[in-house]
Design a protein. Sequence first.
Length: 307
Amino acid sequence: MQKRFKDYFIISIKGMAMGAADVVPGVSGGTIAFISGIYEELITSLNNINITLFKTLKNEGLKTAWNQLNGNFLTALFIGIGISVLSLAKGLEWVLHNHPILIWSFFFGLVLASIVFIGKQITKWNLITIIGLIAGAFIAYYITTIPPLVSENTSNGFLFLAGALAICAMILPGISGAFILVLLGAYQPVLAALNNKDIKTIAIIGLGAIVGLLSFSKLLKWLFKNYHNLTLAILTGFILGSLNKIWPWKKVLSFRTNSKGEQIPFLEESISPFSFEGNNQLALAIGFMTLGFVTIFILEKLGSKKQ
């Protein structure tokens, strides 16, 4: 069915939601893509970027190649992601610093609901899918417990690699690209580059992201084609295991000094809200969790209408 301007506008809105999620260390833009009904179209469109596309461009012209690429879809989506990342980076940094419990509560509710949504896409449960679910949950949980690197590397080669690894996580539901940057010690340099409009650094990270995106999307396309239910089970497990990272109530075990000379949490552990020192904001937190949970079903309805 031919898409209209309104359809591409909605795709850009979904892209903005993906971008906002990817800025936060712990929430995956791939999860947003999945629940809003555009995930497999995104993976398929990215896989269209290959040698055949360039042959089509040479032999049949730009219009045919653009349609083969699904260029309108990708343009609308990445415009939304770009607007969100560039405009929300500073605001989200402020919210995470000043209202951490509330913002993490919202994302916890959002991710919790997405587990239900993605899990019900699995059409056949058996021993293999159950093992895949458990393995995915274990791996994701383990990743959330790995201490981040203390040093912040800003070399061009490192930032290129960080961009490639982070983008793989960004399109993988349950694994946050921003959290991968935190583990690598690259989150602060990347956030500073976005806030300061450092074009050179952004370009290096972006080039790494393009290489990682095109490579990893081919693997995902193959997995969905050949092992659809198992892939969904592993992705559901990833999301389940990642909940530890975004649990709103944390106890700080140690601090570190960032590049600005500020003391920020280094090692944290999840604790009960009733063991939290200070105001646990429990009532507000539950409200924000509910809001996040409901947001998923709104996005699901938008996705189901498109499908």
